[in-house]
Design a protein around this ligand. Structure first.
Ligand SMILES: NC(=O)c1ccc[n+]([C@@H]2O[C@H](COP(=O)([O-])OP(=O)(O)OC[C@H]3O[C@@H](n4cnc5c(N)ncnc54)[C@H](O)[C@@H]3O)[C@@H](O)[C@H]2O)c1
Length: 285
């Protein structure tokens, strides 16, 4: 079998990955096995699970405990421990990989371990277990250096330009995802999420807000993508959005919310996050 651990090894891809074209739809996928959601008890996972449950059984995998919903099983374990990812992904029809370090101010060592290292483990397990669909949580920080007035709107097909170690770690996550798709034939979708699950109290986030109501349907749409790699921005239909959503819409994502009603109460920036707002409203710029 070909995995990221040994990309040059010659060998057949396991059969389940080649079954992607069978045109099953949600009901068939439901019968096939649960969708695994790593980090599913975290901020984003907790927001999207109810929507995902409308079409899939879920296996929530997290190193912290949480309450399960009807249609869910859970595995409380650290995916960084050898063998855990293989156990977590056994029999899965897909995996949404959210577990990681989401902090834009984290150090390179922290995000390398939590994002790059963990994603590699999860993708190797997905290859070994023959999981046909993978959705990877990326971030606008992978393209953060384009977050300047002269670059708007930002096209997801442009060359990545991370604004921080966190964004760089997600660029590598995306590259790992693309390689995984090429090696295995799986469907692999990278979602460059905007701000999700935080209070919209600063105006600089109005353009990149992803509402609770839109986040679940975005993940559901990503689980329907055909074989191969693709990467998309994931925001709501914000009036002030400058991230191009057209490729996400082609997946079937139809955002319903707009951050504009929050504009009257959203205030000035309170802290430097990283370089993403430089040249705009960063007090350090
Ligand atoms: N929330 C946002 O606004 C946002 C924006 C862009 C991208 N993202 C990405 O979405 C993903 C989820 O973000 P979040 O805000 O929900 O973060 P979070 O910290 O709230 O949730 C992450 C979850 O992953 C779990 N986890 C981490 N390492 C693990 C491990 N080794 N084994 C098992 N579980 C582990 C944590 O326990 C936690 O429950 C991250 O990859 C993040 O980079 C989030």
């Amino acid at each position: 079998m070909v995995t990221l651990a040994d990309p040059c090894r010659k060998g057949p891809v396991r059969p389940p990955i080649t079954s992607l074209d069978s045109g099953g739809g949600a009901e068939r996928e439901h019968d096939m096995g649960p969708v695994v959601i790593t980090g599913g008890f975290g901020r984003v996972g907790s927001l999207v699970r109810p929507a995902l449950l409308t079409a899939h059984r879920l296996r929530v995998v997290d190193r912290v405990t949480g309450d399960t919903l009807p249609g869910e099983e859970s595995l409380v374990a650290d995916l960084a421990v050898p063998g855990v990812a293989e156990q977590a992904l056994a029999g899965a029809s897909g995996v949404i990989h959210l577990a990681g370090d989401p902090r834009p101010h984290a150090t390179w060592e922290e995000v390398h371990r939590a994002n790059v290292g963990l994603t590699r483990r999860v993708l190797d397990a997905a290859a070994e277990q023959g999981v046909p669909r993978v959705v990877l949580a990326s971030t606008v920080h992978a393209m953060g250096e384009y977050n300047r007035p002269r670059h708007r709107p930002v096209d997801p097909a442009w060359e990545p330009r991370p604004c921080c170690a966190y964004g760089l770690s997600k660029v590598i996550v995306e590259s790992l995802g693309r390689l995984h798709a090429e090696l295995t034939g799986a469907s692999v979708v990278g979602l460059r999420l905007g701000s999700t699950g935080y209070a919209l109290d600063e105006a600089r986030y109005l353009g990149m807000w992803l509402s609770e109501r839109d986040a679940g349907p975005l993940m559901l749409a990503a689980l329907t993508a055909g074989p191969g790699w693709s990467v998309h921005f994931g925001m709501s239909a914000n009036t002030r959005r400058h991230w191009d959503l057209s490729s996400a819409r082609k997946l079937g994502y139809e955002p319903r919310d707009d951050s504009e009603p929050y504009a009257a109460t959203a205030g000035p920036p309170t802290a430097v996050i990283c370089r993403i707002f430089d040249g705009e409203d960063n007090p350090r710029a």
